[in-house]
Write a new protein. Structure first.
Length: 287
């Protein structure tokens, strides 16, 4: 009996050693990865909330920005969030959490680009040449800062990451390029759990703003933002398909006509003037 007991003891030791050498149990590894993902997303919510405080403080109800005050206070308000964006890798998060991260990154670095060069009348005045597009050197191709450990441009964030990795046309109602004809800059940060509701609200707000879209306009026509011309393929392969994609944001006869693609489409001029509270109030930028 003593021999059997010792034999069993050595066998158990061997099994334990083998388990240790074999590495973690797959189920435990999956649990650890899931816990890490959940922890990362939870931490991101608090960081996005800090950016939300910046937006609430410096953006008014019309989406206009107090760039003059933000420029004076960016070191203690905006820049800590930018530093977090630079060192955070969202690749293991849920799709909605990742998309919220990249939308916030675009909007935060657009604010930084403006305040770094403020006062300016338009984002296009940042680079040499006329302050309107098209021009050889685009401000959207300037390196603005690190996101996920890589220095990015605004074009890269929008066109090489957001539009390529996420099949989500509503992002065009959320990314804001600092122009009056852009969608209204939201006074809160985007977050994974609320992203779809936030994007739906942005879409409705933008499409019902008759300074940016006229739906309907007149004589069986609708007048749309040029955003829907530039990125029409993201909404549908034809003018009718684009109208169908907009229909859920409307009610009654307008919704039915959009759903059937009955309207003729024209596009409104795009106002690149800065979404600056000072300009909206008639003062010179920076005052």
């Amino acid at each position: 009996m003593r021999f059997v007991s010792m034999h069993v003891r050595y066998s158990l030791v061997g099994i334990l050693l083998a388990a240790l050498l074999a590495g973690p149990v797959p189920g435990n590894a999956q649990t650890a990865a899931r816990n890490a993902k959940d922890a990362g997303e939870a931490a991101s919510s608090s960081r996005h909330a800090a950016f939300g405080h910046v937006l609430t403080r410096y953006v008014d109800a019309d989406g206009q920005v107090d760039y003059a005050r933000l420029k004076r206070q960016a070191d203690s308000t905006l820049n800590p969030y930018l530093r977090w964006l630079g060192t955070t890798d969202p690749s293991g998060w849920s799709q909605t959490a990742r998309l919220a991260f990249w939308i916030n990154a675009y909007n935060a670095y657009t604010l930084k680009l403006i305040v770094d060069h403020y006062p300016v009348q338009t984002i296009w005045a940042i680079t040499p040449g006329p302050p309107t597009p098209p021009k050889k050197q685009s401000p959207f191709q300037l390196e603005v800062g690190p996101v996920a450990d890589t220095v990015r441009t605004l074009d890269e964030i929008e066109h090489e990451i957001i539009r390529v990795r996420f099949d989500e046309p509503r992002i065009h109602f959320a990314v804001v390029c600092a122009a009056k004809s852009c969608p209204r800059l939201r006074r809160e940060a985007y977050t994974g759990p609320r992203l779809h509701a936030q994007l739906n609200d942005q879409a409705r707000t933008f499409l019902h703003d008759d300074r940016k879209n006229e739906i309907p306009a007149r004589d069986g026509r609708i007048a749309l933002s040029r955003i829907l011309k530039w990125y029409g393929d993201d909404f549908g392969a034809s003018p009718r398909a684009v109208q169908r994609s907009l229909a859920p944001c409307f009610e009654g006869p307008v919704r039915e006509r959009l759903r059937r693609g009955e309207y003729a489409i024209e596009y409104l001029p795009y106002d690149w003037a800065l979404n600056d509270q000072a300009l909206a109030e008639g003062a010179a930028p920076g005052r």
